[in-house]
Write a protein that binds this ligand. Structure first.
Ligand code: FHF
Ligand code: ZN
Length: 187
């Protein structure tokens, strides 16, 4: 089972590497890794399990955060609607690729955090509002998804990890809360 002890922290060189593509057909090892990453996210969002295992709540996890320099990510974005508890997005993506993106940029009003960063880093992390991403699912089928808003931001944060990029690389050093014209702030 994956716990916080398996997650490497900033300063570890693997977080700055460009991860290698996963080979297809998927190996059993890579399929199981994806499942374990998804289980970590679900556990981290379950109040009892999170407390018991001392997990920080997470909506995404990239293999490099486990010191595994491969291009796979897990994303589990819970619903914000009590009427409809289906997760907004819950998938493991192998070799995800942003095919296109909106001109419109967005950022989270609260900024971002990271399971590999044990400190608060204030500031706006400007990202694309919408992305079209292709990837292989756990069945080895090629998929294509258009994502917007929060799901789009989470997937961009995860794909950044595959390219050795940390969320704070996107924060304006002079003024962390400076925004270019037209950037939407999502609350
Ligand atoms: C998180 N946690 O998941 C953050 C960190 C924007 O590479 O967002 O480092 F648990 C992956 C509902 C809403 C339930 C939010 C992408 C952030 C990715 C993980 N938690 C949440 C939740 C959360 C990082 N990460 C603060 C840990
Ligand atoms: Zn992260």
């Amino acid at each position: 089972m994956i716990t916080m002890d398996d997650i490497i922290r900033e300063g570890h060189p693997t977080l700055r590497e460009v991860a290698k593509e996963v080979s297809l057909p998927l190996s059993e090892e890579d399929i199981v890794l994806g499942e374990e990453m998804m289980t970590f996210l679900k556990n981290s969002q379950d109040p009892e399990k999170a407390e018991e295992l001392a997990l920080r709540g997470g909506v995404g996890l990239a293999a490099p955060q486990l010191n595994i320099s491969k291009r796979l990510i897990a994303v589990h974005v819970p619903s914000n609607d009590l009427e409809n508890p289906e997760p907004l997005l819950s998938t493991v993506m192998y070799n995800p690729k942003i095919l296109s993106h909106s001109v419109q940029d967005v950022c989270l009003g609260e900024g971002e955090g990271c399971l590999s960063v044990d400190r608060e880093v204030p500031g706006y992390v400007v990202r694309h509002s919408k992305i079209t991403v292709s990837y292989y699912d756990a069945a080895g089928e090629k998929q294509k998804k258009r994502l917007k808003d929060y799901e789009s931001i989470v997937v961009q944060h995860e794909i950044d990890h595959l390219n050795g990029i940390m969320f704070y690389d996107h924060i304006n050093e002079q003024n962390p809360f400076a925004l270019k014209d037209g950037v939407l702030v999502i609350e």
